[in-house]
Ligand binder design. Structure first.
Ligand code: ATP
Ligand code: MG
Length: 267
C-alpha cells in the first residue's frame, strides 16, 4: 500500500494517465479523516524518537502548480510536531547572491540536520521547472541538472537522510476553482497573485516539464510520489500514510540511558 503513487525508476509515467481526483488507497472521507489524526499522532511520536536518536534525518519535498495545496499539506502534516524537530524552507526566486552560485548552493544550506525532519516548500526542482518553462537559462544548462540533482540526493541519502518527494497533482479545473475562491473570499484575497494567471496560461508547458522531472529524478533512494490532490482530505491522508510508513522503516531508537540510573538519588 505505501508504494501506491510511487514512481518506479525506468518506468516512465504520463501525467495525463493519473487522475487528480483518484482515491486509490481510501475512498471514505470520514474514515480517512479519523485515521489521518491517528497517523499524525504516530508521526509525532516517531519524530520525537528521531530527535532523541539524533542519527538520521528525513527530507520531504513538495512541488505543485499554484494553489496545488503545498501550504495546506505542510500545515496538516506538521500540526502538533515539536517545532524544534522540524525545519520548513520555502524557496522563492533566487537572490543575486544565490544566482552567483550553483543552483544547489542555497538548497544544501537548508537540508535537515541529524534528528530533524526538513520540509521543502518548492525546491531545487524549480531549476528544471520555471527555469525551463520561462527559458531563464538555455537547455544546455538546465538539462544536465537532472543528473546533478540525482547525484546531490544520493549524497544526502548516503549521509543518513531519507528523501520523499511529493508532487501534488491537481487538475486545471480545480486550480480555477481555488483561484476563484481566492478572489471571492476576503480572507483569501491575500493569496491571489496576478502572476499566477500567467503560469496558468503555461499549464501545458509545465506539465511537460513536471513529467520529465518526475521520470528523470525518481530513484530508489529518493522516489517521487504523484499525489492526487484535488481532494484535500485524500491528499493529506496519502501523504501521512507514506510519511508514517517511512518513519516506521527508519525505526529511530532512544539512545541507551546512562548506567545505573536507578541508583541516583536527587536531594
Ligand atoms: P504561495 O502559495 O504563498 O503563493 P509560493 O511558493 O507560490 O507560495 P511565491 O512567493 O508566490 O510563493 O512564489 C515563489 C516563486 O518563486 C514561484 O513562482 C517559483 O516558481 C519561483 N521560484 C522558486 N525557485 C525559483 C528558481 N530557482 N528560479 C526562478 N524562480 C523560482
Ligand atoms: Mg505563489
Amino acid at each position: 500500500m505505501p508504494h501506491t503513487h510511487r514512481l518506479t525508476p525506468n518506468q516512465p509515467l504520463k501525467l495525463d494517465d493519473i487522475d487528480p481526483d483518484g482515491k486509490e488507497i481510501f475512498d471514505d472521507r470520514d474514515r480517512a479523516e479519523a485515521e489521518f489524526e491517528q497517523m499524525r499522532d504516530q508521526i509525532i511520536e516517531l519524530q520525537y524518537r528521531l530527535y532523541a536518536e539524533n542519527k538520521q534525518s528525513l527530507l520531504i519535498v513538495f512541488q505543485a502548480m499554484d494553489a496545488g495545496g503545498k501550504d495546506g499539506a505542510i500545515r496538516h502534516l506538521t500540526k502538533g510536531i515539536n517545532p524544534q524537530g522540524v525545519h520548513v524552507a520555502s524557496f522563492k526566486a533566487p537572490s543575486k547572491e544565490e544566482l552567483a552560485h550553483d543552483f544547489l548552493w542555497r538548497i544544501h544550506q537548508q537540508t535537515p540536520a541529524k534528528g530533524k525532519i526538513g520540509i521543502f516548500n518548492r525546491s531545487h526542482y524549480e531549476d528544471v521547472l520555471i527555469v525551463r518553462v520561462d527559458n531563464l537559462v538555455p537547455e544546455t544548462v538546465w538539462r544536465p541538472r537532472y543528473q546533478h540533482i540525482n547525484n546531490f540526493e544520493r549524497l544526502l541519502h548516503d549521509n543518513g537522510t531519507r528523501i520523499l518527494k511529493f508532487y501534488l497533482h491537481i487538475s486545471k479545473k480545480e486550480q480555477k476553482e481555488r483561484f476563484q475562491s481566492r478572489l471571492d473570499e476576503p480572507h483569501k484575497n491575500w493569496k491571489f497573485a496576478r502572476e499566477d494567471l500567467n503560469k496558468r496560461q503555461q499549464w501545458t508547458d509545465y506539465m511537460v516539464a513536471y513529467e520529465e522531472m518526475l521520470n528523470q529524478c525518481t530513484t530508489d533512494y529518493a522516489p517521487w510520489y504523484v499525489i492526487p490532490a484535488d481532494q484535500k482530505w485524500y491528499r493529506n491522508y496519502a501523504i501521512a500514510k507514506i510519511v508514517l510508513n517511512t518513519l516506521q522503516e527508519m525505526n529511530p531508537q532512544y539512545p541507551p540511558p546512562e548506567d545505573n540510573l536507578d541508583q541516583i538519588v536527587i536531594d
